[in-house]
Write a protein that binds this ligand. Structure first.
Ligand code: TYD
Ligand code: MG
Length: 460
């Protein structure tokens, strides 16, 4: 088979060039040319030796929407309840999942456990490892207590060979660990380059759709999402899951960022143990650090992750800064922190302009919902004044630039969860105040930031 020519195509306008150029000859944009395989006429069919899936997808007819039978997607629950929860109920036939996360966070562990569970259900499964040798995978399996596992393993990094094997084995579920290590010999660039990652993922995705094999890609991504690799895949796949949590604590969160077959922002919570990842069934209290007495700079937030409320401790430290004070945040948005400090100054008269401000969401959890605002502000003022918030205190609510406190979605549920865990005092947006009192919980409903500050001062 003649090798296809390599072309560089602009991702903006589609213009192409036989060699790489910094500036697109078509639209003049910079750095938009990526390597692609030139389609020579007739080459499409025999390009993928071994995988004859092209014929599996016949040309489709145009039909009215009402004539299409809407069938429920066929799902298989893996039996790992927390993983099934983020997937929206289980692995979907022909579905393509991307699992991203820092190295060492537990992606391979989770998927090996999932494949083993699926294989116990009688499904043929295939684990393609490009990162580790078969022996290393076997070693991990021993550690997980899966020494006798019947999971089929293929140590291979060349796309064409993988496609051929998948075609021959016909697994129900296939894991590619990781997509960055796979390369196609149709492209000259190195494995892990955007072009390679995209080309390989596109072929495997097409195979999944044509054959009904569910495929899971593992992708490495840094905290800042710096590696372009898996990011370019997000639009290609059905489901995107990301691992969160810091590798120093034992808890791991798997969050659904995108899901064509389920709810987004749903999270699964796991603990990394000696025998792999174990689901945490009641995770609402794991992100609280245990202070025997209240300490300044700490405020418990009730956040909502997917369908369940989660209590997370927000910590702040405000300390003498100098000429260029720093604003740092871990697990929270830094731009939002700067905005909140401005609101605090303007509307509550609390100034931190000459101070360093650090905020942290305990446990490595990442909080993106604006309902965290009020807890962040209360933690900051508590640290600034060196006065702890009362024992058993929780807060939530979004804060606007005008100093108003806006309601958070599903406030009742948040308050009930806090009461269940023994919290006794809450400062919440007025619109979230329950009509009927919640046993054991005193609620202070506020409409403005300054009211929240007053309420807290009244409690101390
Ligand atoms: P791994 O799944 O290899 O991470 P990734 O594929 O995301 O890079 O997880 C590796 C880490 O997990 C490693 O630091 C060891 C730890 N670990 C356990 O604590 N217990 C176990 O049973 C296993 C298999 C791994
Ligand atoms: Mg791995």
């Amino acid at each position: 088979m003649a090798k296809d020519k390599t072309l560089y195509t602009c991702s903006e306008c589609g213009a192409s060039s036989p060699r790489w150029l910094g500036k697109c000859p078509g639209c003049g944009a910079w750095n938009t040319l990526v390597e692609t395989v030139a389609e020579t006429p007739g080459a499409g069919k025999n390009r993928l030796s071994g995988a004859q899936y092209a014929g599996l997808a016949p040309a489709q007819q145009v039909v009215p929407l009402s004539a299409i039978e809407a069938s429920e997607v066929a799902r298989t629950a893996t039996g790992l309840a927390e993983l099934d929860r983020v997937l929206g109920g289980g692995i979907v036939e022909g579905g393509v999942v991307l699992i991203g996360g820092d190295p060492g966070i537990g992606k391979s562990t989770l998927l090996l456990q999932a494949l083993d569970a699926l294989q116990h259900l009688g499904l043929p499964v295939l684990y393609v490892t490009g990162e580790e040798s078969g022996a290393q995978v076997a070693l991990r399996a021993r550690r997980l207590g899966l020494a006798a596992s019947q999971v089929q393993v293929l140590a291979e990094i060349q796309l064409e060979k993988i496609l051929a094997t998948v075609d021959a084995v016909q697994p129900a579920v296939c894991v590619i660990d990781s997509i960055q290590t796979i390369y196609s010999d149709q492209l000259a660039s190195a494995p892990g380059s955007v072009a390679q990652v995209r080309e390989c993922a596109a072929h495997l995705t097409r195979l999944a759709k044509a054959s009904g094999i569910a495929i899971v890609f593992v992708g490495h991504v840094t905290k800042e999402g710096a590696i372009a690799g898996p990011r370019v895949l997000e639009h290609m796949v059905d489901t995107v899951l990301y691992f969160e949590g810091d590798t120093h604590s034992s808890f791991r969160l798997v969050r659904a960022i995108k899901n064509r077959f389920g709810a987004v922002n749903e999270i699964g919570v796991f603990a990394m143990t000696e025998q792999g990842l174990k689901g945490v069934t009641n995770p609402s209290a794991i992100f609280l650090s245990q202070h025997s007495e209240p300490v300044p700079g700490s405020c418990v937030l009730v956040t909502l992750e997917g369908t369940r409320p989660l209590l997370v401790e927000i910590q702040a430290l405000v300390d003498g800064g100098g000429v260029s004070p720093r604003r740092l945040s871990v697990g929270l948005d830094r731009d939002r922190l700067a905005m909140l400090l401005a609101v605090l100054h303007r509307h509550a008269g609390v100034a931190c302009a000459d101070q360093d401000v650090f905020v942290n969401a305990v446990g490595g959890v990442r909080i993106s919902e604006p309902a965290a605002d009020l807890a962040v502000l209360l933690a900051i003022t508590s640290s600034l004044r060196a006065k702890p918030l009362p024992k058993g205190f929780i807060a939530f609510g979004e804060v606007g630039l005008a100093g108003e406190v806006r309601p958070a979605p599903r406030g009742q549920e948040r308050l009930k969860e806090a009461a269940k865990l023994g919290f006794t005092v809450a400062v919440v947006p007025k619109a979230n105040a329950p009509k009927k009192p919640i046993a054991g919980l005193t609620i202070h409903a506020v409409e403005r930031v300054e009211q929240a500050m007053d309420a807290v001062r009244g409690l101390a």
